[in-house]
Design a protein around this ligand. Structure first.
Ligand code: UDX
Ligand code: UDX
Length: 452
């Protein structure tokens, strides 16, 4: 089978950028991204400035490949039928109800995706799990494909995505590793080879790791869990620093300078956010419990508990500095996205911390250069703290006019370039408490600078 056409189901944060880069690097292959959300497809086909995903470098890649060999389409059936290789990049949120609610991954989108693939396929296909999935999901997908099709051979591969938002394009161009898991059978090995060939167009062969399917599925969960664990470790120590007079920034450098430990993911923060870390760890915890590994489950669960504790601790710190009463206090929130350089606010710590501040009576002025105030309100609605009383205290902040708001507090939630490079001396900060949730402004001379 020669791969001439690739279809990706799911035009989200993972599917969109990943397929754009595959199309750019493999001009000989036609890559079509489909999505059940027609509006999203329209935006992917619309002006480059308003693509549904904001990623540095993405616009340029789409500009070059779109219409050449990169297409965004509403036609799910036709594109499944015409492709030899199909990526599944639909979302896998934490289950809201039923068995495993609040922990296990909701696989309903993946399952309906598999049903569509079975229904519309007329020839053999290689089906690739791009979404993050619990171990042994491939088995389930295989069953669904088999039950819903006739005389078609489907080979399932796992090819988890390790890209981080904000650096997705660079991560895709220069991946540390590409992981491909497949069956140790003749057809399995052939399918792996086909996918290796695609990535070899730009990734050095030694960086393409091939494993069995289960290792590959688990590697994604485990990698995210270990990254998050480092953040929770350093954040837990920030609490101890506060009590002892040690400095968490200095501690982080001292620990990270040991080459065996390394400096990455040791930046103290208001707590990690994003669509992956919490969801994947909960998924891992659920899996461990499912196999009766309760101590292992508890070990990983602690990473999430510390993260929640850190958010709580930071909100408490702000409230405490205002003598336990934020009534009528005007506070600026800088950064709504879960980190800098992205318009994604899923599981952002800002949401949780602001909820606590609002409940204590604060009047918030929220700014993020990468997402709209409408998105802020949408998040507030979704997190059910928009009873009229609270939402009336949420306002947009025009950063250019920050000096005109009579603020009593400023809270830095993410390390956006704009905030780190702002000349804070321009503001009269003497009467403002400055809460630095990232220790990002430690080199600025800021009076009343309250760090983690
Ligand atoms: C991805 C992964 O798939 C997820 O498992 C991983 O843990 C995080 O990254 P992401 O790309 O961030 O998810 O999700 P999202 O941006 O929500 O995109 C998913 C897309 O799939 C959406 O555009 C949605 O409309 C589409 N979708 C979902 C379908 O086309 N069909 C469905 O049945 C469900
Ligand atoms: C993560 C993984 O890095 C990526 O490999 C995987 O594919 C998806 O999940 P992402 O969620 O996009 O990527 O962002 P990441 O840069 O890992 O940051 C996650 C959260 O941790 C952010 O809220 C970030 O601010 C926080 N963080 C990160 C810290 O608090 N301290 C750090 O030292 C690093």
């Amino acid at each position: 089978m020669q791969i001439k056409n690739i279809c990706c189901i799911g035009a989200g944060y993972v599917g969109g950028p990943t397929m754009a880069v595959i199309a750019l690097k493999c001009p000989q292959i036609k890559v079509t991204v489909v999505d059940a959300n027609k509006e999203k497809i329209k935006s992917w086909n619309g002006p480059l400035k308003s693509l549904p995903v904001y990623e540095p470098g993405l616009m340029e890649v789409v500009k070059e490949a779109r219409g050449r060999n990169l297409f965004f389409s509403e036609d799910i059936a036709g594109n499944i039928e015409n492709s030899e290789m199909i990526f599944m990049a639909v979302n896998t949120p934490t289950k809201k109800e039923g068995d495993g609610a609040g922990m296990a991954a909701d696989l309903s989108f993946v399952e309906s995706c598999a049903k569509d693939i079975a229904k519309f396929s007329r020839s053999d296909k290689i089906v690739i799990e791009k979404s993050t999935l619990p171990v042994r999901t491939a088995e389930k997908i295989k069953e669904i494909l088999k039950e819903n099709s006739k005389n078609i051979h489907f080979e399932i591969l796992s090819n988890p995505e390790f890209l981080a938002e904000g650096t997705a394009i660079n991560d895709l161009f220069k991946s540390n590793r590409v992981l491909i898991g497949g069956d140790d059978t003749k057809t399995g090995k052939k399918a792996i080879k086909k996918l290796v060939e695609i990535y070899s167009n730009w990734i050095p062969k030694e960086k393409i790791l091939t494993t069995n399917v289960w290792s590959s599925e688990l590697a994604k969960l485990a990698s995210n869990a270990m990254l998050a664990q480092r953040i929770s470790s350093i954040n837990s120590l920030s609490a101890l620093c506060q009590k002892t007079g040690a400095n968490i920034g200095e501690l982080s450098i001292a620990i990270g300078s040991d080459q065996r430990i390394g400096p990455h993911f040791l930046q103290p923060s208001v707590g990690f956010g994003g669509s992956c870390f919490q969801k994947d760890i909960l998924n891992l915890v659920y899996l461990c419990k499912n196999y009766g590994l309760n101590e292992v489950a508890e070990y990983w669960h602690q990473v999430i508990k510390i993260n929640n504790h850190q958010r709580d601790r930071f909100a408490r710190k702000i409230i405490k500095h205002f003598d336990e009463n934020l009534k009528g206090k005007k506070i600026a929130i800088l950064g709504w996205a879960f980190k800098e350089r992205t318009n994604d606010s899923r599981e952002s710590s800002s949401i949780y911390i602001c909820k606590k501040l609002l409940k204590n009576g604060a009047e918030l002025f929220i700014h993020d250069p990468n997402l709209s105030f409408e998105k802020v309100i949408e998040d507030i609605d979704q997190h059910r703290f928009s009873n009229d009383e609270l939402v009336k205290d949420v306002n947009p902040l025009d950063f250019n006019k920050i000096s005109e708001y009579n603020l009593e507090g400023i809270v830095l939630m993410n390390n956006e370039h704009l905030y780190l490079n702002f000349d804070w001396k321009k503001l009269d900060l003497d009467n403002i408490l400055f809460f630095d949730g990232r220790n990002g402004l430690k080199d600025h001379e800021i009076p009343n600078h309250i760090c983690l």
